[in-house]
Design a protein. Structure first.
Ligand SMILES: Cc1cc2nc3c(=O)[nH]c(=O)nc-3n(C[C@H](O)[C@H](O)[C@H](O)COP(=O)(O)OP(=O)(O)OC[C@H]3O[C@@H](n4cnc5c(N)ncnc54)[C@H](O)[C@@H]3O)c2cc1C
Length: 415
């Protein structure tokens, strides 16, 4: 996604220059967000393509870059071919964390279009499905798959032929990313639509297969079950009310930035490739943007890495413009959108689970809600749920007019 945006950024400044996109996926650039949302509820797969080639870039798919030589200004592709560059953008994104165990290779570690297609194939056959991880991917897929099976579509099995289990070590979904009441509302919603929730359990190993995968789980640290298990000297065991066998296991365990090209080339890496406000590394010819980049965020102070769509689009565009010689400064207030079934969530800033929360929670998971997130008395973000389309007004307020509006003032913007 970032590479596509960068091509557009370059072309907005330079109509002539040669642009080459190298990707190790078998496809040209596409949008990932629909893979866990709209594609399950009727959106057409054809709409995910970003048509990068139409903007005047050459795209080579199935092409893995193995190393870069900054002195020679070349990258080396698997197989040995070397390709020269004048400016280089590292938009290598992130790779999903993986489960362990003898059958871990049969788990779908959900990230790509191939993963979506593999899961769709399995879901069409019905059966028992485990989603491991209570982050955005696990929750979004749980909401989408349960809708799919309830949609009376001939493509997918009816609800009685499909069981969906969401297994996560935290006590609430999204707890690792967010403070505040939204996780509680989300859990209530998912349960009400028929997703079986298993909070407080971590999957330690995947065995069995190929017909049935078996999950070894252990109680997450800090839960009463963990204390009992450690007293008994027995951590890894099947949980009594969780099925031992699953037809399909999907993991959404978070991602790690793909920094190895940068690291091996001697560029600064600190939980991401370190860049300045023009998305440039210490090498003036090499840029990084999107999920892989760690960049300054003036609103919050310090360097941050963001793994979300708007950042991919905006940082990619800005990096492209910088590569083409324009003076730019990327100073975003990060924004994230997520959808779980009918619920929507928008996040401004980068709230962390330990931040304080001032919230106006709704009575039901489907009601409109708002939370003001604070760290050491200073606003770090705003959460808005079930009121899509208003976040940008709040962002303008935070950036341009008043960096510290009260909860009541924020509510007025939503009304
Ligand atoms: C299922 C799903 C749903 C999502 N939904 C949302 C959402 O609702 N809202 C939101 O804000 N964000 C969402 N995101 C996050 C968003 O998609 C990412 O932030 C975005 O994809 C980042 O784009 P990127 O181009 O930086 O990285 P990526 O999309 O990871 O692209 C990096 C590309 O580089 C390739 N690559 C890496 N290393 C090499 C190499 N050495 N040689 C060649 N190619 C290489 C990779 O194969 C990949 O094609 C979602 C992500 C997923 C997976």
């Amino acid at each position: 996604m970032t590479a596509d945006a960068a091509v557009r950024g370059i072309r907005s400044v330079d109509e002539e220059g040669t642009i080459l996109v190298l990707t190790d996926e078998p496809h040209p650039p596409y949008d990932r967000p629909p893979l866990s949302k709209g594609l399950w509820t009727g959106d057409d797969e054809e709409r995910i393509w970003r048509e990068t080639g139409d903007v005047g870039a050459r795209i080579r798919t199935g092409c893995r870059v193995e190393s870069m030589d900054r002195e020679a200004r070349e990258v080396q592709i698997r197989g040995g071919e070397r390709v020269g560059y004048e400016r280089l953008l590292l938009a290598t994104g992130a790779r999903p964390r993986t489960l362990n165990g003898p059958a871990a290779d049969q788990v779908i570690h959900f990230r790509t279009l191939e993963d979506f297609r593999a899961l769709r194939h399995r879901v069409r056959q019905g059966g028992r499905l485990a989603l491991v991880g209570g982050g955005f991917i696990g929750c979004e897929l749980a909401g989408s798959l349960i809708r799919t099976s309830g949609a009376e579509s001939e493509e997918y099995p009816p609800p009685e032929e499909m069981e969906i289990h969401l297994i996560y070590p935290e006590s609430l979904p999204l707890e690792r990313s967010l403070p505040g009441p939204f996780g509680e509302l989300l859990a209530r919603h998912l349960e009400s639509v028929g997703v079986a929730l298993h909070p407080g359990w971590a999957v330690s190993e995947v065995g069995g297969g190929p017909e049935q995968l078996e999950l070894q789980v252990e109680p997450a640290k800090g839960t009463p079950d963990a204390e009992t298990a450690s007293l008994a000297g027995d951590r890894s065991r099947p949980r009594p009310d969780m099925p031992a066998g699953f037809d399909t296991v999907v993991a959404g365990l978070g991602v790690d930035p793909r920094v190895e090209l940068a690291r091996e080339a001697g560029l600064e890496v600190d939980e991401g490739i370190v860049v300045d406000a023009s998305l440039r590394t210490a090498d003036p010819r090499v840029f990084a943007a999107g999920d892989v980049a760690r960049f300054p965020v003036p609103f919050l102070g310090g360097l941050h890495r963001v793994e979300h769509e708007e950042h991919a689009n905006e940082s990619g565009l800005t990096a492209g413009q910088a590569m083409a010689g324009q003076q730019v400064s990327y100073e975003p207030l990060p924004y994230v959108y997520s959808g779980v079934g009918p619920l929507t969530l928008e996040i401004l800033g980068l709230p962390s689970p330990d931040d304080q929360v001032e919230a106006a929670p709704p009575g039901s998971p489907e009601g409109v809600g708002l939370a003001r997130i604070l760290r050491e008395g200073r606003i770090t973000g705003v959460l808005i749920w079930n009121r899509p389309g208003r976040a940008h007004r709040i962002r303008r307020r935070l950036l341009d007019d008043d960096p510290d509006p009260t909860l009541d003032e924020l509510k007025q913007i939503l009304d």
